[in-house]
Structures are given as C-alpha cells and as structure tokens.
Write a protein that binds this ligand. Structure first.
Ligand code: GLA
Length: 747
C-alpha cells in the first residue's frame, strides 16, 4: 500500500473560500485503491473501510462501509438486484452512490433536473476516475446528455471520516434547471434492527437527542428556513442491533456542512436497505445552470465507529478540531469570556460596561464582549439593525475609551453584530427597502421586528462586508459574536429573472461564507462566534469559518446539562460556549448555587454572563477560584476526549462527564445531582480512557469524594473499581481532576 498524503481541501464549497488549505496530518496512512478486475473502489483509513463498485450497468453501487477489512480481502464485482416484479425496477432496488432521478427510480434521488426540452430523465453512468493522495474523484455522465457530475471523496487518515460532495456540470448548449442536489447518499445493507439518532429542538431548547428504530419508509431531517435551524441539526447516527451503547456497537454517522436550507432523508427501502441522502433542501429549490457552469454541493461527512455512540462522537470531535475549525490543527484554548447581554440587555453605555469590565477582570476573565445595543438608534429590538455606527448617546467618544479600558485590564475586546438583518426602523431600510428578501406586493413578515437582508445580492454583500471591515479596521476588536435572530419568510429575490430567483438558497450562503472568509483573511487574529438566537446556526459549514458557537440562549445550568449533552453527540465541547448567569434563571425561575452554575459551564468553553454589579464578595471569591481551576483543565475539556459517563437524558437524576487529555495525563470529572432520593448515595462512577498502568492523583476542583476514597490510584483502579462522589441534596455538583503522577496538578 502506498502511503498517501495530500494538501487537498476538505470542503470544496468552503475550500474555494478557505484562507489556507488544511493539510492532511500525517497521523496514519490512508489508502485509496481501484481494483481493475472487480471494478471496486476501496478507501481505507483510520480503521475504516469504505467500498463501492462500478456495476454491470455502469452505475456506482455501494459495497461496504464499516470496520477496516484485511488488505487481502477482495470484493466481487457489483451486480444490480435481479428484477423481482414489474413494480421493482433494478434502478430502485439496487443501492446507488449518487442516483439521478430517472430510469424508474422511486427512492430519494441525489440529483433531480429538468432540461429545457421538457426531459426530466437523468441516468448517471461512470465515465472516469482519478486518485490523488487521499482524494478520489469520479466523473459521471448522463447516458445521453452532456450533464456531468464529479463526485468527490476525501478521507481523513486519523478518523476514517470521508467527506463527500458533488459538482454538477452543464456541458450541454442550453441551461438546465436543478431541482434538487444532494452531496451524497450513504448506504447500509439490508437489516431490520437499525436505529436512528438525531437532534431536535427549538429556541432555548436545542439539541434534544432522539432515538428511534428505523422502520420501512422515510424519516426527514431538514430545515426549510434559509439557515441551519434550531429544529433539526444536520447530523445523524445509525446503530445496528440491541447491544449498542455509549461504548460498544457499530455506529455510522454523518454531518452536513451547510448553513442554509438542508435536508437529510433516512430511508429503509422495500428491500430493507438503508439509504441516507443529504444536501440542499429540494423544497422550493431551483438553480439554473447555464451552459459551461457548475454547481457545487455542500460536503456531507460520514464516519464509522465500533466503539458505540461515544466512540462516534469522539471521532467527530477529533475531526472537527483537526480538520474543520479555522485554527485546526493548532488550537489555542478558548479564552474565559464575559458577555454583557444578560446583565445589561440593550442598556449598554461607556461607564456601565467599564464597571462590568473591571469586575470581570478581577475574577480572571480574559475577553470582555459587549453584546447588543451599542449601535444605531438601538434602545430595544425595534430599531437600529442595519445602522452600524456607534451610538453617540451611549458612547460619546466612540468605542475607543471602552476598548482601551478593557485592554488596560488585561483582557481583549469582543463585539456583538447581527450583519444579515435590518429593522424597518433604520436608516438602512429607509434607504434600501429593496434589499430585503421579499415578494413584490406581498407582506414582509417581521420576526423580532426585523427583516432579512438578501445577502445573495452583490450590493448587500458589499455593504455587509464594508461595515464589518470598517469596524475591524478602526477598532481593536479581537472577537465578533455574529448573531442571526430570525428565519426567512417570503424568500423572494425580485431583482433577478424569474428562473434565477430560487438561487437565493445557494447564493446567500455562499456570500455569507465569502464574507467570513475575506474577513478572516484580512484580520487573521479576529475570532468569530456563530450565534443564531442560541444554537440556530451550528453545522460543519459555519464551523469551518468560525471559532466557536453559542449553543443556546437558555443558560439555566440544569437545562444546559441536557442541551450540552445533546450538543456533544455532534460537536466538540471545544467550540461550545457556556456562560454562568444569574440565579434564579430567567428560563425556569430555578435557583442554583454559583458553584453549580460554574461546574455546568466548565464542561465547555467557559464564560460569565451574570450581572456582576449584584454579586456578593463570596460569589466573586468562588468565581475567581473556579476560573483559575478551569484554566488548569480547559485544554483537557476543550481538546481532550469526552466520555459521557451518565447521560442527563430521560429525566436522569444524575449526570456525569469525563474528559481525558490526548496524552492521557489528565482526566477531568464533572458530576451533577438533580435530587437525592431516600438517602441513596450517588451511584459509583467508572472512569474511562485513562492509562490503566499509570497512577493518577485525584484533586477536588469542587466537592469531595466519599469518605475513605484513595487520593491516588492506578488508571485501572479508577476505571474498574470506580469512584464514589459525595453528592446529596438538590442541584449539587462536584468536579475532580485526575493527574498522572509526576505531572503538575498546579498547572
Ligand atoms: C440573541 C443571542 C443572545 C443575545 C441577543 C441580543 O438572542 O442569542 O445571546 O446576543 O440576541 O439581541
């Protein structure tokens, strides 16, 4: 086998936009091989084999996806399913890597087009392929017309995760209307014991984990909203059999890198085969492809683990941290931040923010972020969006005095923006009412008193880039919280020809990515958070261009345990912001201790969003202590391996997570108790992922182990004997670090 390396890009759509190519790390060789005799392609990497063949009718037919096979294992040539009945054409019963809608296909097509002569039949056949390093490219062509599809496969050496995408090329002489284009179809063999996990939610209640058996028929995960959405997240995991749990069993998973309307369908077809097709949402889709032009789909990443759903998410976390996030693979720890939103709302001004900044600095905060309210005529959410000048009443001397003050306190400065939106009560809207998404003569439905700017328009794109460029070039801003507080309605683009208007679904997101890429290139030290009323725009597309995400506006530390748990099935805690806010929480009127709130937030990237003007000296003291402790574990929490030891799902009274550093020198344990019952002690906790042979000293970050627990023992002891945490009462929490003997626990 040839050792392959590549500096090819991960995400074609983003790649053409990326600042610098993400080079493949040399963690392990991948191998892509084509066998002439069987006509089977085989991709091996990270302990995973993915294979498909060119079958007897010249179509691409999936063969295998799972645990790595022996290099000597040979696959037979692929053959279509035999015709069974006049209702079951082989075109629909045979699995297909990327099927055009045509020739009697009744399952979800990957591609659906209409030619100008009315022909809507598309049958894609293999033409040629190239293998270059860790990337395989296959050219398909319609049986009759010069409509080509270039399929891309790129594999990650370390995790075996495969990125798949398609480029649709019109080499005919006439335009072709694309009515649906997926990035890929993933297939699994016939079986009746598959189950599906996916994430659902709404504002302030994101990332609820769902699990259900896969039955005949189709499950649709999607957003028709113009952006990723809170309701479904573009991630899935499929398990097989009953014996699959957090640590064991076969899990196939995937995540779509797209921040616009998207769809993933999970089908069990009539032969009980599983097909997962994902890409642009075909609902209301129409992309006119002129002769000589091409349309690039998002990338759909897929992976496999035989270590259960926990193994699957650890692979995805590693992949995100090493291949997706802008800094990858050289990651800096996320700073501890302060954000003004829950403390001051829209009432920001120079003295108020400076007072908060002083208090934030005193507890060890490293970045001070001023949220909404600093610009235009922004007093509440009725006015100002679109007018990105500094409000003179609130900041008579501009932002400089505040930024200087923040710097003098040893912190850097971040600012909230919501670039894609406009309030009708703004100078921008008064000047450019045609800049918003709208259908001529129809209502413009406001949500949060705002409309969506049509970023697909070049003039809007120029305006948005221009004001952000201006803001960043005139102020020492280290961080932007990029918000997006509504979904689309009346998504019209009346300024272009009728048959080009639906391109808004693609062109909007491309321009969003383009602006982010250009800003990052010009201001490489500026970090960006993706926020959309909490976690409404979290996906691998936006994560390629932003450094962190805001998972939810719900900052109740108990609700957050569940939201954070759900989040980690798809996304690394390294990008998951979590703030300590005031108690009782606005979300549930629940009262919790400052320690409980800190420990909940310390499971991700820690921030503080409380009104520090109301804090008592003891709260400052606790906060200072816990922030210092967090700095000693954040590398492990943010970039280590996460083990969900006890899930807060299904009303569990307890929840426990553990993070282990990559070198296994440190483990960090967080344990939470909702309520004690009948005097039962906290169940014993079994650590995972430590080195069984080395000794670890345990130090309490907060709370205590049960009386008589050893202060040091082998990894094997902590994992097999387990740990007894002394937790009783309501809303109690404890955290511990396990440091390998010889490493410095003071760090
Ligand atoms: C959204 C964000 C909040 C805050 C407000 C400001 O809801 O999710 O964190 O920034 O907007 O208006």
């Amino acid at each position: 086998m040839k050792r392959l390396q590549s500096s090819l890009m991960w995400t074609p759509l983003i790649a053409s936009l990326a600042i610098s190519p993400v080079a493949m790390s040399a963690q392990g060789p991948s191998d892509i091989h084509y066998d002439d005799a069987s006509k089977v392609f085989r991709i091996d990497a990270g302990g995973v084999t993915y294979a498909f063949g060119i079958n007897n009718v010249n179509e691409l037919q999936p063969v295998y996806w799972g645990r790595q096979l022996s290099s000597g294992d040979a696959f037979p040539a692929t053959m279509t399913e035999p015709p069974a009945a006049s209702f079951d054409s082989p075109a629909t019963t045979t699995l297909n890597e990327y099927a055009g809608w045509g020739g009697g296909l009744y399952v979800e097509p990957a591609l659906k087009v209409t030619f100008p002569d009315g022909n809507r039949d598309l049958v894609l056949h293999y033409v040629s392929h190239t293998i270059k390093g860790n990337e395989l490219t296959i050219m398909l062509e319609d049986i009759d017309r010069e409509l080509f599809v270039e399929l891309h496969y790129i594999v990650d050496d370390a995790t075996g995760i495969v990125g798949r995408s398609a480029v649709i090329m019109n080499k005919t002489q006439t335009p072709v209307m694309i009515e649906g284009a997926a990035a890929a179809t993933w297939s699994l063999p016939r079986g009746t014991d598959y189950s599906l996990r996916y994430l659902t939610g709404r504002w302030a209640a994101e990332d609820n984990l769902q699990k259900q058996p896969i039955h005949p028929g189709e499950t649709v995960l999607e957003s028709k909203r113009g952006s990723t959405g809170h309701q479904n997240n573009p991630w899935f995991a499929i398990e097989r059999g009953d014996d699959s749990d957090e640590d064991t069993g076969n899990v196939w998973f995937g995540a779509l890198a797209w921040s616009g309307s998207w769809r993933i369908t999970v089908e069990q077809d009539q032969l009980q085969q599983i097909r997962v097709t994902g890409g642009f949402n075909p609902f209301d889709f129409g992309y006119k492809l002129l002769p000589g032009k091409q349309l690039e789909t998002p990338v759909f990443y897929g992976g496999y683990s035989h270590h259960g759903i926990g193994g699957a998410s650890r692979l995805l976390h590693r992949f995100e941290l090493t291949k997706i996030v802008p800094e990858a693979p050289s990651l800096r720890p996320r700073p501890v931040i302060y954000n003004s939103w829950e403390a001051t709302g829209f009432n920001v001004d120079e003295p108020g923010q400076e007072a908060l900044a002083e208090k934030a600095a005193s507890i060890g905060v490293e970045r001070f972020i001023m949220d909404d309210g600093w610009f235009g005529q922004r007093k509440d959410d009725h006015a100002g969006l679109g007018d990105w000048y500094v409000n003179q009443q609130k900041f008579p001397h501009g932002l400089k005095p505040l930024i200087d003050k923040v710097h003098s306190l040893g912190m850097d400065f971040g600012l909230w923006v919501e670039p894609e939106m406009v309030n009708p009560d703004s100078n921008l809207y008064r000047k450019h009412p045609d800049w918003v998404l709208n259908f001529t003569g129809r209502p413009r439905t406001e949500q949060r008193n705002q409309l969506v700017l049509n970023l697909a328009r070049q003039d809007v794109r120029d305006y948005v880039y221009g004001f952000l460029d201006n803001l960043l070039s005139h102020n020492q801003i280290a961080f932007l919280k990029w918000d997006y507080n509504r979904n689309w309605s009346e998504p019209g683009w009346p300024a272009v020809a009728l048959d080009e208007q639906k391109a808004v679904y693609v062109d909007y997101v491309r321009n969003l990515y383009g602006i982010l890429r250009e800003l990052r290139a010009k201001y490489p030290n500026v970090e960006i958070e993706s926020c959309s009323g909490g976690g409404g725009r979290v996906d691998l597309g936006i994560l390629g261009l932003t450094d962190e995400v805001w998972p939810s506006d719900n900052t109740d530390p108990f609700d957050r345990l569940r939201i954070q748990d759900g989040f980690t099935y798809a996304y690394t805690p390294g990008v998951m912001m979590a703030w300590v806010t005031d108690s009782p929480s606005w979300a549930n009127n629940r009262t919790t201790s400052v320690t409980y709130r800190f420990l909940s937030s310390m499971q991700g990237s820690l921030g503080v969003g409380a009104n520090l003007n109301h804090w008592a000296p003891e709260e400052f003291a606790t906060a200072k202590e816990l922030i210092a402790a967090y700095k000693g574990i954040r590398e492990t929490v943010q970039h280590g391996s996460l083990y969900r030891l006890v899930s807060p799902e299904n009303g569990s009274e307890e929840s426990v997570t553990e993070s282990v550093s990559l070198d296994k020198k440190q483990g960090v344990l967080f344990a939470f108790l909702h309520s004690s019952h009948m005097g039962y002690p906290f169940p014993r906790v079994y650590l995972r992922g430590l080195d069984p042979k080395i000794d670890y000293r345990v130090t309490a970050i907060s709370g205590a182990l049960a009386k008589g627990s050893p202060s040091g023992a082998s990894g094997s002891y902590w994992m097999s004997h387990g740990v007894d945490v002394d937790l009783r009462g309501d809303f109690q929490a404890a955290a511990f670090r396990f440091d390998a003997a010889g490493s410095n626990p003071g760090h």
